[in-house]
Design a protein around this ligand. Sequence first.
Ligand SMILES: Nc1ncnc2c1ncn2[C@@H]1O[C@H](COP(=O)(O)OP(=O)(O)O)[C@@H](O)[C@H]1O
Ligand SMILES: [Mg+2]
Length: 350
Amino acid sequence: MAQIVFDKVGKSFGSTKVIENLDLTIEDGKFTVLVGSSGCGKTTLLRMIAGIGPATSGHIYMDGKDITHQPPEKRDIAMVFQNYAIYPTMSVRENIEFGLKNKKVPKEERERRIREYAEIVGMTPYLDRKPSDLSGGQRQRIALARAMVKKPSVFLMDEPLSNLDAKLRAAMRVELIELQRRLGTTFVYVTHDQIEAMSMADTIVLMEKGEIQQIGTPGEIYHEPANVFAAQFIGTPPMNILELGDPQSHKYGVRPESVILNSERLPDMAFYRRGRIITREMLGAETQFKVRLSDGVTIMVKNDREDLMENQDVWVMAEPRRVHFFGSDGKHIGHGKPSELMDKLGGTSE
Ligand SMILES: Nc1ncnc2c1ncn2[C@@H]1O[C@H](COP(=O)(O)OP(=O)(O)O)[C@@H](O)[C@H]1O
Ligand SMILES: [Mg+2]
């Protein structure tokens, strides 16, 4: 197990600064997910932890020890990539064993660990098979076992599920959560997929353009987004952001799942608008609507109201505590009832 600390870390490729002055503490024994859109610097960050693309300024500490310039093989770290390399000519057993032979682990201990980790990833029945006889998910599990068998203090994963189909990805998410709980190892997991981040993380580190936008639990980032970027990155469809229309250019936001549509007005809502349903998508458990408000602005709404139809005129409302306010700089100001901004919104008594 290990804690990792970034202290004013920077990374440049030639004259291009990708990361500048980054401070971050990755907690010991936790599942930390670095999430952000493609090109924001996630892989760069992970490679700095692994030591395969060292920081160009600042320091990285592992359990208090400065590892900024330590070679990768001296770090007690294992890494699994998107394009996991397993050896097609070796059996599952040999693939898992491979990492241990490098580490000069004695034969008996190797056998014991192969059995242990094959069991953990559910590959015990397949130990003598070749990867070509296995599914994509099973191959990915071999890659995981091969990394884990070294018993690293830190386990780094860079989009390890992105080559799998949606169903398998969902199943592997659950397996990885279980695995992390069982091993108690520090996991640092990189993804561009907010659903993976939300479902697996103890702590989410949300990045954009080399900068950390917010650090928090999935619940904190969902309920208390630090800014418009965080508010819109998490959640599908993203939070509706509208102009309050005041001199300070405040914005307000309501998540699609927090917007209430009804043919009648309901009491004690934060705002009351008239709207017309433009499209309706029935997705099974939920229905998604595009609604045009009376001033022409459109918003997305998600609920379980299968009875509402296209072209229907509705009241558009939200509970006060579901309305978020943002400054003109995009920073979250707060949500809920007490602010004078809520009054500008039309209030609860209109
Ligand atoms: N070896 C490199 N040389 C030059 N630029 C690079 C190199 N590696 C990454 N970059 C740039 O750094 C930025 C971050 O890349 P990366 O960390 O791979 O992003 P992510 O993993 O979030 O998609 C991108 O703009 C990318 O083009
Ligand atoms: Mg990447």
